[in-house]
Design a protein around this ligand. Sequence first.
Ligand SMILES: [Zn+2]
Length: 82
Amino acid sequence: MRSGRARPAPGVVKIICMSAVFAGIVFFAMGNIFVTVCMIASAFVLEKNLYRCPNCDHKLNMKVPLTAHPLCPACGWNLRKK
Ligand SMILES: [Zn+2]
């Protein structure tokens, strides 16, 4: 799963997950709770697996916003750089 494979930028992963959660909320408003659960679960799994430093593969803390802490805690890589 690793070794030189291009990873999406953490900012991109965040946007995809936010969209999935938002879509889940829309489905919830439409009364489709099953789809909501699927959307939020997949967003969670996606973020858990892909929200890593693209440089050193260090797992990032989901709760720390990139805007406040744009550098990787392990290698100092700028995570906002595409
Ligand atoms: Zn790093």
